[in-house]
Design a protein around this ligand. Structure first.
Ligand SMILES: [Zn+2]
Length: 245
């Protein structure tokens, strides 16, 4: 448990899936000196519907070892890709601007979100042999249905761009923007490098840093990730999300 004055660093590895095994390995290696096993793995049960995590497979065994080593395991959507056709105008625009179609839980009904959470959680818990630590929506995007389903399912921890909360107890656990990188366009890449350079010095109590498989494609981005972790660790303890509870 942390004292109130202590500053924390929370690291997360997004899109853990057999599809991105090489990139996940590379990024975990990069984070190792700064975060060790204090990296939350955000796991996608079946990325885009054609990269299933199969119990008993080599990847499932690796996932279980990561969990046993103490890495937190979060359910991260089910398919990750957004196949919703029922957005309102504003949500449709937000989903397109922010995610390139990766906001699976943005447009789901409470019932559909709930059944994907239940199914995904059962699969991951079978694989890792213990309960998952929480749920984080793809692209951090939640519709109303998704938020209600998280409460229905008693999910202990969730987060979006701006905060961490407990759906199970309806309490806020931390506040402040997450540092993450985008590389789909040169402009997004440049602005995320600039944002990281500022935010890694920010004085908030809990600093969150999230990395994604495509980050590996850009050496400048990998450099920024490493500098961000190095800077953050000088002033912070690498912690688990559960430490916020
Ligand atoms: Zn993701």
């Amino acid at each position: 448990m942390s004292s109130a004055a202590e500053r924390l660093l929370l690291a997360s590895m997004h899109d853990v899936s057999p599809r991105f095994e090489t990139e996940v390995d590379r990024l975990l290696e990069l984070l190792e000196p700064y975060a060790g096993d204090r990296v939350a793995l955000l796991v996608v049960p079946n990325h885009w519907g054609d990269a299933p995590i199969v119990p008993g497979s080599q990847f499932a065994t690796r996932l279980r070892r990561w969990a046993e080593a103490g890495k937190e395991i979060f359910l991260h959507g089910y398919f990750h890709r957004d196949r919703g056709r029922h957005y309102t105008g504003r949500d449709r625009l937000r989903a397109r601007l922010m995610t390139a179609g990766e906001g699976e839980f943005m447009g789901l009904s409470r019932q559909e979100a709930g059944s994907r959470i239940i199914e995904g959680r059962a699969l991951l818990e079978d694989v890792i042999g213990r309960q998952v630590d929480g749920f984080i929506a793809p692209a951090w995007l939640y519709g109303q249905g998704a938020r209600a389903a998280l409460r229905d399912c008693g999910i202990p921890i969730a987060e979006d761009h701006l905060r961490v909360w407990s759906p199970a107890t309806a309490t806020e656990l931390a506040r402040g923007p997450v540092i993450t990188w985008a590389s789909r366009t040169p402009l997004r890449l440049a602005s995320s490098l600039a944002a990281a350079a500022v935010l890694r010095h920010a004085p908030m109590r809990v600093l969150r840093i999230g990395v994604h498989p495509p980050d590996c494609r850009h050496p400048a981005l990998l450099g920024s990730i490493e500098r961000t972790f190095a800077t953050a660790r000088r002033a912070r303890r690498a912690a688990a999300y559960a430490d916020l509870m």
